[in-house]
Every structure is written in C-alpha cells, then in structure tokens.
Design a protein around this ligand. Structure first.
Ligand code: AP5
Ligand code: MG
Length: 215
C-alpha cells in the first residue's frame, strides 16, 4: 500500500502515521523528520533548510524532492510506504507521480486530515516529542505517563523549535497557499479521502482511517 497523509501543521499526521505503519507494516517517510535530522547534524542541506523551517516557510522543492526520491528506492519501501508531509506543493506531487510511474508504482490512498485553524494553534503549542523514540504527546490531549517522561522510559521531552504561535501562523499560511491545492489535484485522480478531525480524539480519527482501509 502506498499512502499519502495530507493536512495542515498539527493535524495529527505524525500521530496517525505511527499507528498506520504498525497496522500495515510499511515505513513512515516524514520529510519534516528527515529535515530535522539534517538540521541537527548541521549538514549543508540542513543548514539551508533551517532558515525556512524556523520561519515556518516551505523548504524549496528541489531540496525536498531530492531527499524523498532517494528514500523511496530503499528496499524497505518495496512493499509500500506512508508519506507524511510530502508532497506539499503541486510541483512535488507532479514529480512524485513521474518518479512512481517510471518505477511502475502508484499511490493507493491520499488521506486528508482536515482540522480547523483555531484548533491547530492549541495542538501545536502543547506538543511534546520524545527525542529518543519519536513518540508524540500533547500536554492536554495525549498526556505522557508523567511530566517530561516518555513511555519508552526516556526522561526529557522536547518542544520543537517551530512550535510557537508566530511560526504556526506562517506554517498555516504556507499550507493554505501552497499545499491545500493538492486536495483538488488528488480529487481529480479520485484518490482523495477526507477525514474531518476537528474535535475528534486521535483514537476516533484512527478508527475512521481503519474504516477507509476496510480493516
Ligand atoms: P513537518 O514536520 O511535516 O510539520 P507540519 O506539517 O507542520 O506538521 P506537524 O509535524 O507539526 O504536525 P502533524 O500533522 O504531524 O501533527 P502531530 O501528529 O505531531 O514540517 C516541518 C517543516 O519542515 C515545515 O514547516 C517545512 O519548513 C519543512 N517541510 C517538511 N516537509 C516539507 C515539504 N514536503 N516541502 C517543503 N518543506 C517541508 O500532532 C500535533 C499535536 O496534536 C501533538 O501534540 C499531538 O499529540 C496532538 N494531536 C494529534 N491528534 C490529535 C487529536 N485528534 N486531538 C487532539 N490533539 C491531537
Ligand atoms: Mg508531523
């Protein structure tokens, strides 16, 4: 199964992706996570991406497309993959289509997690993540087992550098202008499945995703 998870920042793409990949045994490919690794390692690509990420802007297509192209052809993607946060522009979607076509592959599902802007800010400012295992928490909606403690046993949860009110406004603006046109793009191919996530718990959203897959 080749799946794309679309949605605004903080819609719950990472939260749902982690459960979907466990359910259908495919790797999660998160361009945001890949870029953060490059930023932390201070690679050339990471240093270039950082200025855009810190401002809540999209990293240039050429940089992100290069990253994903390489990743899609690693052997763990032979039986499918779950793209989280890619594509994010029409250019990225068109390039993905042509890369997959060359490899005689195609996208099976595009799931749009649709969440209202006013809920996004609260979700993002309350997010905490485990730097060791990548688990995602929320201080109110998905609490860690104890303050600053992950279920994996790691002490010290992180707050992402771009998870502040000012940057979220820019990220939402980038989403509406550059990414939301992808809904129409995939609707035309009859691939788009929309899940309304506003006011729904992560468990409720996951149940709806399983219904889509008839699982
Ligand atoms: P990226 O890391 O992809 O960030 P994003 O799209 O802004 O999305 P988030 O990771 O913030 O949110 P999410 O939808 O994964 O939500 P989560 O599950 O964590 O990208 C970061 C940056 O990298 C971009 O701004 C850009 O600069 C660059 N970038 C990445 N990909 C790119 C690309 N393709 N092209 C160009 N640039 C790119 O949940 C959020 C919080 O809500 C958590 O606290 C969670 O516990 C909570 N939560 C989840 N579900 C629910 C629920 N149902 N109810 C209540 N709370 C919930
Ligand atoms: Mg994410």
């Amino acid at each position: 199964m080749n799946i794309i998870l679309l949605g605004p920042p903080g819609a719950g793409k990472g939260t749902q992706a982690k459960q979907i990949v466990d359910l259908v045994s495919i790797p999660q490919i998160s361009t945001g996570d890949m870029l953060r690794v490059a930023v932390n390692k201070e690679t050339k690509l990471g240093l270039e991406a950082k200025q855009f990420m810190d401002n809540g802007q999209l990293v240039p297509d050429s940089v992100v497309i290069g990253l994903v192209k390489e990743r899609l052809f690693e052997s763990d993607c032979d039986n499918g993959f779950m793209l989280d946060g890619f594509p994010r522009t029409v250019k990225q979607a068109e390039t993905l289509d042509s890369v997959l076509k060359e490899a005689s592959k195609h996208i099976d599902y595009v799931i749009l997690l649709d969440v209202d802007d006013n809920e996004i800010v609260e979700r993002i400012t309350g997010r905490r993540t485990c730097p060791k295992c990548g688990a995602i928490y929320h201080l109110k909606y998905n609490k860690p087992p104890a303050e600053d403690l992950c279920n994996c046993g790691h002490k010290g949860l992180s707050h992402r550098a771009d998870d502040n009110k000012e940057t979220v406004i820019n990220r939402l603006d980038a989403y509406h202008k550059q990414t939301s046109p992808l809904s129409d793009y995939y609707r035309e191919f009859n691939l788009l499945k929309t899940i309304k996530g506003t006011g729904k718990s992560p468990v409720q959203v996951f149940e709806e995703i399983k219904e889509l897959f008839s699982l």
